[in-house]
Design a protein around this ligand. Structure first.
Ligand code: FAD
Length: 515
C-alpha cells in the first residue's frame, strides 16, 4: 500500500488536503472510534452522539462514493469492541497493510499529534502532517505574525486577516469606516425579554443517529448530560441549513444582543455553528460569505455582520494560532497559581445561584452555553474561586459539544482563567453580580442579592470577585487596565470590608469543598 490516510473525528472535511492525489487503488482511508477520547474526560452524552454520528455519516458518504474505508467502531456491548486503544489499532493496521507513508491533517489536539508521530516512528513509517485547509490562516502564517511581538492582540491579527482575505473592505479601508462595532453590540433585553425567537432549527434523528443514541444510552449511561434533546447537524447539508436559518432569522439581532442572557433561552440570536465548523462539516468562509452577503442585500446591519465576522475570522483563527504557537508549555500555565477543584454542582447543576444554575442547565440539556455564560458566569466563577485552569479546561472538554483541545484550551485556560498571563487577554475577565444583573434577568428571584458581598443574602459572584482582587492585589495592581478596580479594593481594605469579604469567601469555599 502507498498511503494510509487517517481521518480523525474532527476532520470530516470533504475538501481536506488528505484527498489531494488520493488513489483508491493504492491508498487506504482509515477511521477509528475511540473509547479513550470519550472517557479520558467524562464526555457529555450528546458530545459522544455528535462525534460518532458525524463520523458514521462521513463513512457512509465515502462508501457510497465507492471509496473503501477501514472503519473501527464501538459497540453498545463493550465486549464486541476490539478492546484496542487508538494507538494499538493504528499499529495493527500499519503491521498488516505496510503503508509506505501515513498521511494525516494536523490534528486538533497536540496530544493526538504526538501519539501519531510516536506510533509512526515506532513502526518506522514516515508520517506527513498536512496543513488543515479548513482554516484561513496556516500555523506557519500565524507563527510569522507572532514572531517578535510582545503581545498577541486579536485585534491586530483580525485586521490583518480582513485585509488579506478582503472581507468587509473597500479601497483598503474597513467598510463603514471603522473596524470595530463593539459599542453597538453590548445591549441587554428590556424587561419584556427577547420576544419571539422562533423555533431553533431542528434535525430529525435518522437511523445512524438513532443507533448511536442507543449505543450511548447503553454504554455511557453514567456520563453527564441528557441525550434525547440532541439537535445538531451531523452532515454538511444539515450544517448549511443551520447557517441559512441563522442568517435569515438571527443575524440581524446577533450583534446587538451578543452578550445578553435570558432565563430558559440558551441560544437567543447565536448561530450554534461552532460544532459544525469544528468538525469541519462547514467551511468558515461559507459562514463569513453568507453574513457579508446579507449585509450587501440590506438584510442585516453592519454592526451585526462585523460582529459575526469578527468571531470567526478574528477570534476563531487567533485562538487556533495561539494554541499552535504556544503548545505544549501552554497547557501548564497557571498565572495565579490557582489549585482549587471545581465544585460538584458544575456536573449536575444543583445550586441555588440562579445564573450558574441556568447556565449549567443549558449545558446539561444541550452541551451548549453561549460565550457570555461561558466567560462571565461560569468562567468568572471558576476564576474568582481559584479553580485550577487546566481542570476548568478538562471540565469544558467534557461538557461542551464544540470543545476540541485547540479551541477549548486557549479560551478556558487563557481567555477565561487568565492562566496564560497576558497572551490571550490583557486583563482577567471578571465582575461582580452587577454585570450578570445588567445583562440578564437571572438575578430576579435569585436567592442572593447581587449588590451584597457579605451577609446571608450576599451574592457569591460578588463576594468572590472582591476576594479574588484582594488575594491577587500585588499582581493585579500593576495592570493599567485594572487600576480603577484596584482603587476600590484599596478603599474596601481601608474600611475593613475586605476582612469580612475574605471571611465569607472562606466559609463558602469550605461549604463547597473548593480548596
Ligand atoms: P456564535 O456566538 O454564534 O459565534 C459564531 C462563531 O464564532 C462560533 O460558532 C465560533 O465558531 C466562533 N467563535 C466565537 N468566539 C470564539 C472564540 N473565542 N474562539 C473560537 N471561536 C469563536 N468555542 C468553541 O468552538 N469550542 C470551545 O471549546 C470553546 N470554548 C470556550 C470556552 C470559553 C471559556 C469561552 C469564553 C469561549 C469558548 N468558545 C469555544 C468560544 C465561543 O464561546 C463559542 O464558539 C460559541 O459560544 C459557540 O456558539 P455559537 O456557535 O452559537 O457561536
Amino acid at each position: 500500500m502507498r498511503h494510509l490516510l487517517l481521518i480523525l473525528g474532527d476532520q470530516l472535511d470533504r475538501n481536506s488536503a488528505l484527498f489531494d492525489g488520493y488513489d483508491p487503488q493504492k491508498d487506504l482511508l482509515w477511521m477509528a472510534e475511540n473509547d479513550h477520547e470519550i472517557t479520558y474526560v467524562p464526555s457529555h452524552k450528546q458530545r459522544i452522539v455528535l462525534f460518532l454520528s458525524a463520523m458514521r455519516h462521513f463513512r457512509k458518504e465515502l462508501s457510497d462514493a465507492g471509496r473503501t474505508v477501514q472503519y473501527h467502531q464501538l459497540y453498545a456491548d463493550k465486549r464486541k469492541d476490539s478492546g484496542k486503544s487508538f494507538g494499538e489499532l493504528l499499529a495493527q493496521t500499519i503491521k498488516k497493510e505496510k503503508p509506505k507513508a501515513i498521511r494525516v491533517v494536523l490534528p486538533g489536539d497536540y496530544r493526538v499529534k504526538e501519539l501519531l508521530e510516536k506510533t509512526a516512528a515506532k513502526h518506522n513509517v514516515p508520517i506527513d502532517i498536512l496543513p488543515d485547509v479548513h482554516f484561513y490562516c496556516t500555523v506557519n502564517q500565524f507563527h510569522k505574525f507572532a514572531q517578535g511581538r510582545k503581545s498577541l492582540l486579536m485585534e491586530t491579527s483580525y485586521r490583518q486577516m480582513r485585509r488579506e482575505h478582503d472581507v468587509l473592505m473597500r479601497d483598503g479601508k474597513p467598510v463603514g469606516g471603522t473596524w470595530n462595532y463593539d459599542h453597538d453590540n453590548r445591549e441587554s433585553f428590556s424587561k419584556e425579554g427577547p420576544g419571539d425567537l422562533g423555533r431553533p432549527t431542528s434535525f430529525s434523528h435518522d437511523d445512524i443517529t438513532k443507533e448511536v443514541i442507543k449505543l450511548v444510552k447503553e454504554r455511557f449511561a453514567d456520563h453527564p448530560g441528557e441525550v434525547d434533546s440532541f439537535n445538531l447537524p451531523v452532515t454538511p447539508g444539515q450544517a448549511r441549513r443551520m447557517l441559512s436559518d441563522f442568517v435569515q432569522y438571527h443575524l440581524r439581532d446577533f450583534g446587538k444582543y451578543e452578550d445578553a442572557m435570558w432565563t430558559d433561552e440558551p441560544f437567543l440570536h447565536h448561530s450554534r455553528l461552532s460544532t459544525s465548523m469544528n468538525l469541519k462539516l462547514l467551511d468558515p468562509r461559507e459562514c463569513v460569505a453568507a453574513a457579508v452577503e446579507a449585509y450587501r442585500e440590506g438584510a442585516a446591519p453592519l454592526a451585526s455582520v462585523e460582529g459575526f465576522v469578527r468571531q470567526i475570522l478574528g477570534w476563531r483563527e487567533f485562538i487556533r494560532g495561539v494554541y499552535w504557537t504556544q503548545m505544549p508549555q501552554y497547557a501548564e500555565m497557571n498565572h495565579f497559581d490557582h489549585q482549587a477543584e471545581l465544585p460538584s454542582f458544575f456536573w449536575d447543576g444543583q445550586t441555588d445561584m440562579q445564573c450558574i444554575r441556568q447556565s449549567l442547565s443549558h449545558i446539561l440539556k444541550y452541551g451548549y452555553a453561549h460565550h457570555i455564560q461561558r466567560l462571565m458566569v461560569l468562567g468568572n466563577f471558576a476564576l474568582t474561586t481559584g479553580v485550577h485552569p487546566y481542570k476548568f479546561h478538562q471540565w469544558h472538554m467534557a461538557m461542551y459539544l464544540d470543545a476540541v483541545d485547540w479551541v477549548s484550551l486557549p479560551n478556558t485556560l487563557g481567555m477565561s482563567q487568565h492562566g496564560d498571563g497576558d497572551i490571550v487577554g490583557t486583563k482577567p475577565y471578571c465582575s461582580t453580580g452587577n454585570y450578570v444583573d445588567k445583562m440578564s434577568n437571572f438575578c430576579q428571584g435569585c436567592a442572593y442579592n447581587h449588590k451584597k458581598a457579605v451577609g446571608a443574602e450576599a451574592c457569591p459572584i460578588t463576594t468572590f470577585y472582591w476576594d479574588f482582587l484582594d488575594r491577587h492585589f500585588d499582581q493585579l495592581q500593576t495592570s493599567s487596565r485594572m487600576k480603577l478596580q484596584m482603587k476600590h479594593v484599596e478603599r474596601k481594605r481601608n474600611s475593613g470590608e475586605i476582612a469580612e469579604i475574605r471571611h465569607h469567601a472562606e466559609q463558602l469555599r469550605s461549604d463547597w469543598k473548593l480548596a
